[in-house]
Design a protein around this ligand. Structure first.
Ligand SMILES: *[C@@H]1O[C@H](CO)[C@@H](O)[C@H](O)[C@H]1NC(C)=O
Ligand SMILES: *[C@@H]1O[C@H](CO)[C@@H](O)[C@H](O)[C@H]1NC(C)=O
Ligand SMILES: *[C@@H]1O[C@H](CO)[C@@H](O)[C@H](O)[C@H]1NC(C)=O
Ligand SMILES: [Fe+2]
Length: 541
């Protein structure tokens, strides 16, 4: 199903390319992205436009000697992966993807590096132009008589209607859904069709780099390491605000961070390969090539990917976290950076609620982390907020109620320091809480271990080494906000701060202090808070 779609898509794309520019051969439809980084290893993946032979070369930064590692094919057309082992800890590596089939490392120095696929630019025909978001630079054409008729999957184009259209000055124009839908759905003859696609790889200037770079992690348990992570919620709408949020975060981070977490709904509306390429990877290739990506599944990703035991669909094609600490669901897993433990959980499939094995895995993961003398901090990232009055209401939606009643038992029991979710397209941040399972109205004073004081709150968890209390955060506005949140008024009693504002979150952990900053699209700090947690264990310092 998907591969036949890919075939049709790429055929259509090839026709477009032929029609506009000379075909230049192999190119990257997804630039290299890094996953599963440890002190000694990493995985690099990419996707090409054709079944070209592609391999990866890497070297320690500034070294002259490249090493060549042939790639293995992954599920899904043209997807490749290379797993690097025996790397040195806390070391920068450079890498490039090449098209050569030769296995001699000498090819690493030649000019066979594969570039991102060329962006095809065409002016839009006048009657169509206002239906496209100009920021996305959609391509549209009517097939000329004599062209091969194309079949285009209407699902792939349906979502275009959900985007604001804007003209060439970037001014948002009124939408005319009915006209556009009719045009796509009912081409008037086999020789009249409309094709549209987003140009790939154009949103991030670093996408054009041919030599990429990543840094290996410190050894687990190491003291004196600062962990900086970047959290994106509901990032895959494909919008100008998504770019603004990204660029503001990069400026704030000075382009230096250790992990990117995508909290789900990574590619709207349904997580197809096409949507992943164009609304997710294409926007962040400069970021994903540099720091490892930790994806969580959201309900929109789940439309096209099926959970355990099938583990099929684009989400699993692109990700399949390769870390040893993963559940049978694969989309629930954990990773460590020095003294920080991060659990990424997936509650998208309804199967999890009746699967005792899943819950044993989750609890074991948190219990082991809290018991470990090598771990000081535990963060949990997953898509569904236990407390939200944003675009989703945690008092009424059954999945959110279940998260609160069941998963929060565990986050409380093991003193998870920070729980981060998306799903509601807003930013909401709680007081330091414990034991709240019911509706918003049932929150009592005893459940608030420490009340926040708005922006610049400082929480202290030095409660006799009991590790008690969790701050809960919703950050689902990395690409869009919505007015649905205004109707509920963002009024959950658990929250200290709740705003409708585009942002992403930077979390920096340095010794006994965690600082979380919601960086707005315009660079303004929407919220910042600190959690101080006395490290109950000898830090080794
Ligand atoms: C875009 O729309 C605005 C508002 O209608 C208009 O002032 C502007 O001239 C338009 N720009 C172009 C290039 O059409
Ligand atoms: C939308 O487009 C259709 C077909 O071109 C036209 O009949 C209709 O008046 C348009 N509606 C608006 C609100 O512009
Ligand atoms: C929050 O505090 C920071 C200083 O830490 C300040 O720069 C920022 O403007 C404040 N944000 C708001 C929304 O007041
Ligand atoms: Fe969602």
């Amino acid at each position: 199903m998907l591969s036949s779609f890919s075939y049709v898509f790429f055929t259509a794309m090839a026709v477009l390319l032929l029609w506009t520019t000379p075909v230049s051969g192999a190119c990257l439809t997804i630039s290299p992205y890094v996953m599963d980084v440890t002190a000694t290893g990493a995985t690099v993946r990419w996707e090409t436009n054709d079944e070209v032979i592609s391999q990866m070369c890497h070297r320690e930064k500034f070294s002259t000697a490249w090493k060549l590692t042939p790639s293995e094919g992954m599920r899904g057309a043209h997807l490749r992966a290379v797993t690097l082992v025996d790397l040195a800890a806390e070391t920068r590596y450079e890498y490039r993807v090449i098209a050569s089939s030769t296995t001699s490392p000498s090819v690493c120095n030649d000019h066979s590096a594969i570039s991102p696929c060329e962006v095809v630019r065409r002016s839009l025909s006048a009657d169509l132009s206002t239906y496209f978001n100009c920021q996305e630079e959609f391509i549209a054409r009517r097939a000329e008589a004599g062209d091969e008729p194309w079949h285009l999957d209407s699902e792939e184009f349906e979502y275009i209607n959900t985007l604001p259209a804007c003209n060439e000055s970037g001014v948002t124009l009124a939408r005319n859904r009915s006209a556009f839908r009719r045009l796509l759905r009912a081409p008037s003859s086999p020789h009249t069709a409309v094709a549209a696609r987003r140009p790939l790889q154009m949103q991030s200037p670093n996408c054009a780099d041919l030599v990429f770079e990543f840094k290996t992690y410190p050894i687990i348990g190491a003291c004196g390491k600062v962990f900086t992570s970047w959290w994106l919620g509901d990032a895959g709408e494909g919008t100008l605000n998504q770019i603004r949020v990204r660029d503001a975060a990069m400026k704030f981070l000075d382009s230096d961070w250790d992990a990117t977490v995508a909290l789900g709904d990574n590619a709207y509306p349904s997580g197809t390969s096409y949507q992943y390429r164009t609304k997710f990877f294409g926007y962040y290739c400069g970021q994903f090539s540099k720091a490892p990506l930790y994806p969580a599944m959201g309900n929109h990703d789940f439309y096209t990917s099926t959970a355990y035991p099938e583990l099929a669909g684009p989400f699993f094609d692109y990700f399949v976290p390769g870390l040893p600490s993963r559940s049978a669901y694969r989309s629930s897993y954990s990773f460590k950076y020095a003294r920080v433990h991060v659990l990424i959980a997936d509650f998208t499939s309804w199967k999890v609620w009746t699967d005792a094995g899943f819950w044993t895995w989750v609890e074991n993961d948190l219990r082991a982390a809290r018991a470990s003398s090598e771990t000081d901090w535990i963060l949990v990232g997953q898509h569904f907020p236990p407390y939200s009055k944003g675009s989703h209401d945690s008092d009424t939606e059954s999945r959110l109620i279940r998260i609160r009643e069941r998963f929060n038992l565990l986050t409380d029991r093991y003193g998870v320091d920070l729980s981060i979710t998306g799903h509601s397209h807003s930013y909401e941040r709680s007081h330091l809480l414990q034991g709240h399972r019911g509706e918003s109205s049932t929150l009592t004073a005893e459940m608030i271990l420490q009340r926040g004081t708005g922006n610049n709150s400082i929480f202290s968890k030095s409660h006799g080494c009991e590790w008690s209390g969790t701050v809960h955060m919703v950050t689902g506005s990395a690409s869009k906000t919505d007015t649905a949140a205004e109707t509920t008024g963002l009024s959950h009693a658990a929250h200290d701060i709740a705003v409708i504002s585009h942002c992403s979150v930077v979390i920096r952990i340095d010794g006994s202090s965690l600082v979380s900053t919601c960086v707005g699209a315009d660079g303004v700090i929407v919220d910042r808070f600190t959690v101080n947690s006395r490290t109950c264990r000898p830090s080794g310092e």
